[in-house]
Design a protein around this ligand. Structure first.
Ligand SMILES: *Cc1c(COP(=O)(O)O)cnc(C)c1O
Length: 402
């Protein structure tokens, strides 16, 4: 526009350097991967167009409001969730924060599954409580208990598959109960991913993913997404614009790359987890093996109806903290780390990692034993994983003889 080649020669070196280095390439061909638009600002042809976009029109202006790489990632996730639209955040917690700030206000009450992610619980109990929002925790596998807690509540908060006890809740039935009570239904679908379950298609108003986990899939990015319908998503977007928990373009690119292989990864994660779960059920050591794909799972019927496959998460209860820690230290394949949803197998002691914010009473109420070890089954050869858990169980036995 104001940068004709004829103008360039008369400018000083600094001006030429800046203009030359920020001139986007002109091209007729389109890239076959989504470009990383590492730009904080987007320019229009004239000032009026800029004003129009900032007033709510389509287009890009400032990357806290929207960025094309972030928008492509959010749109991809929303499409896979079966949702009208989505917005991408810098982490799963930023997504949860925006979804809740968009839906609750002082004086409201949340009914939440008691088997809820540790930081979500802290966010409800410390931050939302301070802002005048109370939370009632319920056993979400007990439909009548949820129904009894709902009257007067603003919102029902669920996790499709819970962390770390792998409780599977009857999403369509509970959503229907919430709506009948005039409450919104918000579901954290992180453990399932949209490949295994799509809560929006089951009636949920908003679905949240920590894309740090299965969607990204490689333990190299923090990201989150909220998906849902309008006008609720406009409220979420408004919170995002004014609180700024947006995703970086490179992170959005990594999630897009992860999404391309989500289906094949989840099939393999699920198949290996089922093999490992069946093996562990047959050996001496674990008091209990919990896997949504096993017939022995407490909600096996719901899981079969709700989930395409059992997923990559399984839990074993080794009774004591000492046995659990010895088991983990006896494994050679997993890193000692505290996440899930990676190509690499991960094994964590829930009471001291993901649920460290829970005191003994909260752990007991959430059904988390001191001996619980949670596995995120990776893409390694399953025979090697079976051999590794066998070594881990031997280590656990040597510390705490049966
Ligand atoms: C990890 C996780 C979160 C938080 O996501 P971050 O990307 O770590 O902020 C929320 N819910 C569940 C179920 C999770 O596993």
């Amino acid at each position: 526009m104001n940068d004709e080649p004829a103008d360039r020669a008369r400018r000083g070196f600094s001006s030429r350097a800046i203009l030359a280095a920020t001139r986007a390439p002109e091209m007729r061909q389109r890239p076959t991967a989504v470009p990383i638009y590492q730009s904080a600002t987007f320019a229009t042809d004239d000032a009026e167009e800029l004003a129009e976009i900032l007033a709510g029109g389509r287009g890009y202006t400032y990357a806290r409001i929207d960025n094309p790489t972030a928008a492509a990632m959010a749109a991809a996730v929303a499409e896979l969730e079966g949702a009208e639209s989505g917005f991408a955040f810098g982490s799963g917690m930023a997504a949860i924060h925006a979804a809740l700030l968009a839906t609750v206000r002082a004086g409201d009450r949340i009914v939440s599954t008691r088997a809820v992610y540790g930081s979500t619980r802290t966010f409800f109990d410390r931050m939302l409580a301070r802002l005048g929002v109370q939370t009632t925790y319920v056993d979400a596998t007990d439909v009548e208990a949820v129904g009894a807690a709902l009257p007067g509540a603003r919102l029902l908060y669920l996790e499709t598959i819970s962390n770390p006890t792998l409780v599977v809740v009857d999403v369509p039935t509970l959503v229907e109960r919430a709506h009948r009570a005039g409450a919104l239904a918000v579901v954290d679908n992180t453990f399932a991913s949209p490949y295994l379950c799509r809560p929006i298609e089951l009636g949920a108003d908003l679905v949240i993913e920590s894309a740090t986990k299965w969607l990204g899939g490689h333990s190299d990015v923090l990201a989150g997404v909220v998906s849902g319908g309008e006008p609720l998503m406009s409220e979420v977007r408004a919170v995002a614009v004014d609180t700024g928990g947006i995703i970086a373009p490179f992170s959005a690119f990594l999630v897009l790359r992860g999404i391309e292989t989500l289906a094949v990864r989840m099939d393999r994660h699920s198949a290996s987890a089922l093999t490992l779960a069946r093996h562990l059920e047959g050996v001496d050591g674990p008091r209990r093996v919990t896997y949504p794909g096993l017939a022995s799972h407490p909600q096996a019927t719901v899981a079969q109806r709700l989930l395409r496959a059992g997923g990559g998460m399984l839990a074993i209860d080794l009774v004591t903290r000492a046995a659990a820690l010895a088991f983990i230290d006896g494994l050679s394949i997993p890193d000692r780390t505290a996440s899930l949803g990676s190509v690499r197998t991960l094994a964590v002691h829930s009471a001291t990692t993901s649920h460290r914010q829970f005191d003994a009473a909260a752990l007991a109420a959430a059904g988390i034993s001191e001996g619980l070890v949670r596995f995120s089954v990776g893409l390694e050869d399953v025979e090697d994983l079976v051999a590794d858990v066998t070594a881990g169980l031997a280590a656990a036995r040597s510390v705490v003889p049966a």
